[in-house]
Ligand binder design. Structure first.
Ligand code: ATP
Ligand code: MG
Length: 346
């Protein structure tokens, strides 16, 4: 069975952009692939953060993923920092990643602009991402459109490592993205993509009252100034959200009502709100149930980390061996110099 890997940062609450662009797809794909989903806290520390908040957000993210429908009996779910091999492989990949490729990454340029002081970790973020995926030798990565450029870099890294250290076989597959029809959800400001770090989100677990408070003033087609002005649904973020949450016949009706000014934008938003509630209310309900059973959540993540640790060690044994590095045997000897029987001897 082919393997997929994907991650999400505990940098804030899981929002409907994450859900529509990635997590909803994970829920479907978990039945078709050997699936590994990771809460990537090593990534979340590439910008300023509070340790206590990180702990809390990590837990909330796991609850949100399980509530959204990730089944830990079907898929493997864990936290990145439980498996330190991610950072080991990232260091190794740092040594073969062209600097110029990192400097031209759009996410780096955008996030660096928002930081007072830019850490090297932010630049090297996509190298860690390549390590996350290749550590499990996954060949498909279900993500939103914003990650496509990072995946291109993962392929560059895989190719480069294979060409330098391969023993006549391709060890790392070149990972390909798996995108959804809602691969880029715009923020409520209608200007930039919805992002945890920019605060233009609707949380997956937000209360109905709070969702309505955000939907009501959300930006629509700017040409609909008066109630009687006809609009163009394709330029309106609310219409795109209808396409994600409403039934196809409702979406068609919305388009007609917008073009003919049959509805005002508020009418259109009320219908969207009802569609969203139909999908989000059961998720909220499951999250409440899960929060009441913290040990079940802990058990799911512990068993995920256990499986991933053993997969990660298998990969790292080969990587160390091919690269001429010492093995990870804790016997204090340098393999190859003292007659060590280590499988990792050089
Ligand atoms: P941050 O602002 O901290 O980067 P984020 O909201 O971008 O947070 P990530 O954890 O970086 O979320 O990404 C998790 C997954 O969600 C990735 O697969 C990413 O492509 C996807 N994703 C993020 N934002 C969107 C969006 N607006 N539309 C579609 N998919 C998205
Ligand atoms: Mg992001």
């Amino acid at each position: 069975m082919s393997r997929i890997f994907s991650g999400i940062q505990p940098s804030g609450e899981l929002h409907i952009g994450n859900y529509l662009g990635a997590v909803k797809n994970w829920v479907k794909l978990q039945h078709e692939y050997d699936s590994i989903f990771c809460v990537v806290d090593y990534h979340a520390i590439t910008v300023q953060y509070e340790p206590s908040q990180l702990r809390q957000r990590r837990r909330e993210m796991i609850v949100s993923l399980l509530a959204a429908g990730i089944d830990p009996n079907v898929a493997t779910v864990f936290v990145q920092s439980q498996v330190p091999e991610h950072t080991e492989l990232a260091w190794i990949f740092n040594t073969i990643t062209p600097l110029g490729e990192l400097e031209r990454q759009t996410q780096f340029k955008e996030k660096a602009q928002r930081q007072e002081s830019v850490a090297a970790g932010l630049l090297n973020y996509p190298v860690l991402q390549a390590a996350d995926i290749l550590l499990y030798r996954a060949d498909k990565v279900p993500v939103g459109e914003d990650q496509v450029q990072h995946l291109e870099l993962s392929r560059v890294v895989a190719r480069k490592w294979n060409s330098l250290f391969n023993d006549g076989e391709v060890f790392f597959a070149e990972p390909q993205p798996l995108l959804t029809p809602t691969r880029r959800v715009m923020g409520l400001d209608g200007k930039t993509k919805m992002s945890k770090s920019t605060g233009n989100t609707i949380g997956l677990l937000e209360t109905p009252e709070s969702i309505w408070e955000k939907l009501r003033p959300a930006v629509t087609d700017p040409k609909r100034i008066k109630r009687t002005d006809p609009g163009t649904p394709e330029v309106c973020n609310i219409y795109h959200l209808h396409k994600a949450f409403s039934a196809p016949e409702t979406v068609d009706h919305v388009a007609v009502q917008c073009r003919t000014a049959g509805w005002g934008c508020i009418d259109c938003k009320r219908v969207l709100f009802d569609s969203m509630e139909r999908e989000l209310a059961p998720i909220r309900h499951r999250a409440e149930e899960l929060s009441a059973r913290p040990s079940d959540v802990d058990d799911a993540v512990a068993s995920g980390a256990h499986r991933c640790s053993s997969l990660a060690r298998e990969t790292m044994d080969v990587v160390r061996e091919r690269m001429g590095l010492a093995g990870a045997e804790p016997d204090g000897r340098i393999a190859g110099q003292s007659g060590s029987q280590s499988v990792n001897r050089v």
